[in-house]
Design a protein around this ligand. Structure first.
Ligand code: ADP
Ligand code: AMP
Length: 216
């Protein structure tokens, strides 16, 4: 099953992606995670991405598209994939069409998680992430059992640098409205869009998604 998960920053894409990937046995491909890993390792890619990420802007398309083109050729995508954070604009969506068609693959579903902006700001500023296993928590809505420690792997939780400044958070929401939101129409026209209310609990959101994806 080849799935995209979309929605504004903070909607719960990463949280749900983790559950979907485990339930359906497909890799969770997150461009944001790939960039954060590159930043942490100090690679050339990381150096290029960091300033855009900290400003709440999109990393240039030529960098991001190349990364995804390579990732989708790996053998773990043979049974399908769940893509989170890509595409983020029309150019990336068209590039994805070409990449998939070269690989003789097509999309099965585009899940859109919708949540109002005022809630998104609280979700992002309270988010904590495990740098090791990437599990996502929230100080209030999804706290770890032991403060600051990942329940799954015991690593120290971190706050993303692009979640600390309210200005960066607001900028990401603006970029989403302008660049990414038009993609919903693009996928609606292709009959791929599944809209999910992201204000439900984590478990209810997952149940709604599963009801659409089926057993697959
Ligand atoms: P995204 O990947 O869309 O940016 P995340 O999955 O990282 O979003 O979630 C953003 C924040 O909101 C995290 O702190 C997460 O724990 C919290 N969160 C995710 N889903 C829910 C939910 N259904 N209800 C409340 N908080 C949630
Ligand atoms: P995310 O983890 O999806 O919230 O992404 C964090 C940041 O990584 C974004 O604010 C962008 O700076 C960058 N990023 C992630 N995915 C993309 C993409 N598809 N295109 C451009 N920039 C991206």
């Amino acid at each position: 099953m080849n799935i995209l998960i979309m929605g504004p920053p903070g909607a719960g894409k990463g949280t749900q992606a983790e559950l979907i990937a485990a339930a359906y046995g497909i890799p969770h491909i997150s461009t944001g995670d790939m960039f954060r890993e590159a930043v942490a390792k100090g690679t050339e890619l990381g150096k290029k991405a960091q300033e855009y990420m900290n400003a709440g802007m999109l990393v240039p398309d030529e960098v991001t598209i190349g990364l995804i083109a390579e990732r989708l050729t790996r053998s773990d995508c043979e049974r399908g994939f769940l893509m989170d954070g890509f595409p983020r604009n029309i150019k990336q969506a068209e590039a994805l069409n070409n990449i998939l068609s070269d690989l003789h693959k097509e999309l099965d579903f585009v899940i859109n998680i919708y949540v109002p902006n005022e809630i998104l700001v609280d979700r992002m500023t309270g988010r904590l992430t495990c740098p090791e296993c990437k599990t996502v928590y929230h100080r209030t809505f999804q706290p770890p059992r032991q403060e600051g420690i990942c329940d799954k792997c015991g690593a120290s939780l971190q706050q993303r640098s692009d979640d600390t400044a309210v200005e960066t958070v607001r900028n990401r929401l603006e970029v989403y409205e302008k660049e990414t939101n038009p993609l919903l129409d693009y996928y609606q026209k292709r009959n791929l869009l599944v809209n999910i209310d992201g204000q439900q609990s984590r478990e209810q959101v997952f149940a709604s998604i599963k009801a659409h994806l089926g057993r697959a």
